[in-house]
Design a protein around this ligand. Structure first.
Ligand code: PLP
Length: 463
């Protein structure tokens, strides 16, 4: 892999760029919201509420999490790859860390997230959805807010990470990017970022996902990327993307969109997605002067869940709730509920929970939502489950479709079917919450791509 072409500027005093601005809080105080910050690692990590884009990775520095340079989260994670790849991954980690410490990179990323991706995304109070649940629970219930990641350019949270990693690829002197996608949202975000940065882009996708998410495939091609069909599921597309990368380590960059894989991939994805939680903290402070009580996110591999949760991991009064795909039901075996029913094994180069049979072979997952069909989750989520810090529940296909339709009708918002899994758990969660509790649900993506699936299903049900 090529060494960094540009001169790295490491460490130094806090720099608040010309893009910093001051925001008024509800209580009359104000915070300086820096679009870009740079902090000497030896100095105290700044309050995360005043940063806008990932600050120099305080998450990796914190003593409260069992993160080491080997990428272990407790007993999960690591780097179980062939010897030849180890040095590439070590170099990738070095470049990642250098970029995080480099104020030029941070400043460029801050600008791109603001002016290209459209951040920050709103924290929207879903008043009619909250009323709906209050009516069902004797007039009592939580106030539900949606973190509108669906409003990002290209329609999902995937843009946060794709943009940052494409910038890293460019900085490393790579000419092309290779990736895999399930729902097409990560493929779309990567293709867009590559077009912007003049990088070639190849997206591997399972043939059946190409069929059911064809609107995204068309857009990916329009953006100039190549789409390669792979037999099997997302797991096979991901393996193919990895193999393709290994074929030309000098010029190609493997842009992981999921929170799985060998170290440093899960940490990089989490870090670049953590802007979701950082904004949420600041917005909650502005809107009701406190923290959320509960955070809810869907879990495919964990990138949107970790993006929302990470900022709050040390706030033990904030409940973290992940929702997996129950597919046709856990007893049918046709689901993608990895943390709920899976066992510990090695998946894509890391120790984590995965769906496997008695011989240790990976079982194909199933969900109505292509992006939820992953047989393994990221190692950090496995750690959060085992440590009890986060709770995980299951929503099945029908519940997700119902939640999709409900959000359309009550709020005029199309959530992706992946995000609809997170909305669906509200039916069970709400009765357990106190009146007026503040719940933030990650609306991780927009659901135009899924409208035909939902529409056809409704018609068939009536027939
Ligand atoms: C919009 C959206 N939300 C959620 C997911 C689930 O993935 P993850 O758990 O990595 O966020 C996907 C995956 O493609 C997605 O496209």
């Amino acid at each position: 892999m090529k060494m960094l072409a540009c001169k790295l500027q490491l460490q130094g005093a806090l720099v608040v760029s010309k893009y910093s601005r001051t925001r008024e809080l509800r209580d009359g105080n104000s915070v300086s919201q820096a679009v870009v910050t740079r902090e000497n690692f030896k100095t105290k990590v700044p309050e995360l509420t005043v940063t806008y884009v990932p600050s120099p990775t305080p998450s990796i520095q914190t003593k409260d999490l069992p993160i080491t340079t080997s990428g272990k989260f407790g007993r999960f994670g690591g780097k179980f790859v062939p010897e030849t790849l180890v040095s590439c991954l070590i170099q990738l980690e070095a470049q990642f860390r250098n970029a995080l410490h480099d104020h030029v990179f941070q400043e460029e990323l801050g600008l791109a997230l603001r002016d290209y991706a459209g951040r920050e995304t709103p924290l929207y109070e879903a008043e009619r959805l909250s009323e709906y649940y209050k009516r069902k629970n004797n007039g009592k219930g939580p106030d539900i807010y949606l973190k509108r990641e669906d409003l990002n350019h290209s329609g999902s949270h995937k843009m946060n990470n794709a943009l940052a990693q494409a910038m890293l690829a460019k900085r490393m002197g790579c000419k092309s990017v290779v990736t895999a996608t399930g729902s097409g949202q990560h493929g779309l975000a990567t293709a867009a970022a590559c077009a912007k940065l003049a990088l070639e882009c190849t997206v591997f996708m399972a043939a059946k996902d190409i069929e059911r998410q064809y609107s995204n495939v068309r857009l990916i091609k329009l953006l100039g990327a190549q789409v390669e069909a792979v037999e099997g599921g997302f797991r096979d597309a991901a393996s193919e993307a990895f193999r393709n990368w290994v074929g030309d380590l000098e010029n190609r960059y493997h842009l992981s969109g999921s929170a799985v894989g060998p170290h440093p991939c899960p940490t990089m994805v989490r870090e670049f997605q953590s802007v979701i939680g950082k904004e949420t903290r600041m917005q909650a402070l502005e809107k009701w002067g406190g923290k959320p009580d509960v955070l809810v996110a869907s879990v495919g591999t964990g990138s949107n869940a970790l993006g929302l949760f990470h900022e709050f991991i040390n706030d033990t009064d904030v409940r973290l709730v992940g929702v997996e795909a129950g597919g046709l039901g856990l007893d049918t075996g046709k689901h993608a509920s990895t943390l709920t029913t899976g066992e510990v094994g090695v998946y894509h180069g890391a120790i984590t929970f995965l769906l496997q049979d008695q011989d240790g072979q990976v079982v194909h997952p199933y969900s109505i939502a292509a992006g939820m069909e992953s047989p393994g989750v990221g190692p950090e989520l496995s750690f959060l489950k085992e440590s009890g810090r986060a709770e995980f529940f299951v929503a099945n296909d029908q519940e997700a479709v119902d939640a999709y339709e409900r959000l359309c009708k009550l709020e005029g918002i199309f959530p992706s079917l992946e995000a609809a899994h997170a909305m669906a758990i509200l039916d069970k969660l709400v009765p357990t919450l106190r009146n007026g509790a503040k719940v933030v649900v990650n609306c991780s993506g927009r659901g135009d791509k899924d409208a035909a699936i939902v529409f056809n299903r409704g018609i068939f049900d009536k027939a």
